[in-house]
Design a protein around this ligand. Structure first.
Ligand code: ZN
Length: 203
């Protein structure tokens, strides 16, 4: 992801698209070098909640993000689990990096159809998503291109990736070479020993 929200930046950053003045006198800069972002002005909490409810699924680390929630949503879904995890209407806030890292931790191949994953594995995936996000938050995010933490610091999570962007390197768990695939249109990194490829079903 590119772009950032910066809280009281000391120096006005380049590519600021909007300044948000807070009631307490502080300012937040919305920085978007590639101009992919959009902004929406919503009046009041009910309209904000309605807007988000339409667009976002359960958020990890909240009581709604349960195995039952995932199991209900995944039932009958033929799309690969990676696409399922990236779909913000199902799970809010998981991007490409965290999807790869979580699937590796849960030992699930990104091409597995979402509807064919067992409840036990969905439970592992739920925990793995939260673990990967927690590790990213501790490292202040991953600075690959120009991401910055809200205080302007660069993140260091990229130094702790297990598989993401590690094509050709040994898997930290089993030393098998990490492969790069394209799943759901996104560069996807996988250890096919830890995360066995789904078997083709016989006709
Ligand atoms: Zn491995």
């Amino acid at each position: 992801m590119t772009g950032a929200l910066l809280y009281d930046p000391v120096v006005a950053p380049v590519h600021v698209r909007a300044w948000i003045d807070l009631d307490d006198g502080h300012r937040v800069a919305y920085v978007d070098p590639r101009r992919f972002g959009t902004a929406h002005l919503l009046h009041g909490t009910p309209s904000r909640d309605a807007y988000l409810d339409q667009r976002l699924g359960a958020e990890p680390m909240t009581p709604e993000f349960t195995v039952d929630y995932l199991r209900t949503l995944a039932r009958g879904v033929r799309a690969p689990i990676k696409a399922f995890v990236l779909d913000q209407r199902r799970i809010a806030g998981v991007g490409n990096i965290y999807a790869d890292e979580a699937l590796h931790r849960a030992r699930i191949h990104p091409l597995r159809p979402a509807g064919r994953i067992s409840t036990a594995q969905l439970a592992a995936l739920r925990d793995a998503i939260e673990d990967a996000l927690r590790a990213g938050i501790e490292a202040k995010g991953a600075t690959i291109d120009d991401f910055r933490h809200v205080d302007g610091a660069a993140g260091s999570f990229q130094d702790r990736f297990l598989v993401h962007r590690r094509e050709g390197e040994p898997c930290p768990t089993c030393a098998t070479v990490v492969k790069k695939l394209v799943v759901a249109g996104r560069g996807t990194y996988v250890c096919e020993h830890c995360q066995p490829r789904p078997r083709r079903r016989r006709l």
